[in-house]
Ligand binder design. Sequence first.
Ligand code: PGA
Length: 255
Amino acid sequence: MRNRIVGSSWKMHIDSLSEGQSLVEGLKELLTDYTDKVDLFFLPNYLLLPMVKKVLSETEIKYGVQNIASIEKGAMTGEVPVNIVSELGCTYVELGHAERRAHLGETNETVAAKVKLCEQHNLYPIICIGETKEELKAGIGDLVLKTQIEWAIKFASEDFRENIILAYEPVWAIGQSDSADKEYVIKTHRYIRDCIKELFGESLAEKIRIIYGGSVNPKSAKELSGQEDIDGLFVGRFGMKPQGMTDIVKAFIGE
Ligand code: PGA
């Protein structure tokens, strides 16, 4: 039985300490009581982490980061080492987001290296996978996904693999007014689970959580709730207000 999980990445939407503080305090107030029904997490930017850690300290709400460096330590100007992420009490590390793949040099290879670091530091990777519009049009969307899945999982040890969360985020559905079509999402999540089964076996396929991201809003959260292969949601813009995020969480768990 896979636990449901809903979280948000704040990307770089929040650009002041006070805004970050009121967001996390609002989320804590509205969502603390839901943690026995659904795993919850937030991914602020690094500089907000100590404050977020403090606010969430007495709750079961988890937090994490949007990226880590691909090596433990060394001459890597501007990068953030996994060890400090772990020392700050993070649970999750997002990897391979489409924006990082498109603009910041993230590749399947760097994702794989970062998954190994997560394993060494007991952090759960949330690995974003998804096809672009061009790949979809060219008929290679499924192939792109399968390749991303293989790289995301293959280099982790067999024991660790079930801790990986795959976030399916069709690139063309990010930053839009609405999520991808429900039937398309259901079909693709089934395909992703089938790929895991084919590449790594049925037992892992049953354990890995696959969550959907891409313009998630309360309406799509409701549509995607209760679907066998959709274990959770990864929220962006529509989770940047405590009430909006709460509406999404409640819609997904059917309340
Ligand atoms: P969005 O972001 O909900 O703002 O489209 C989602 C994501 O990129 O994870």
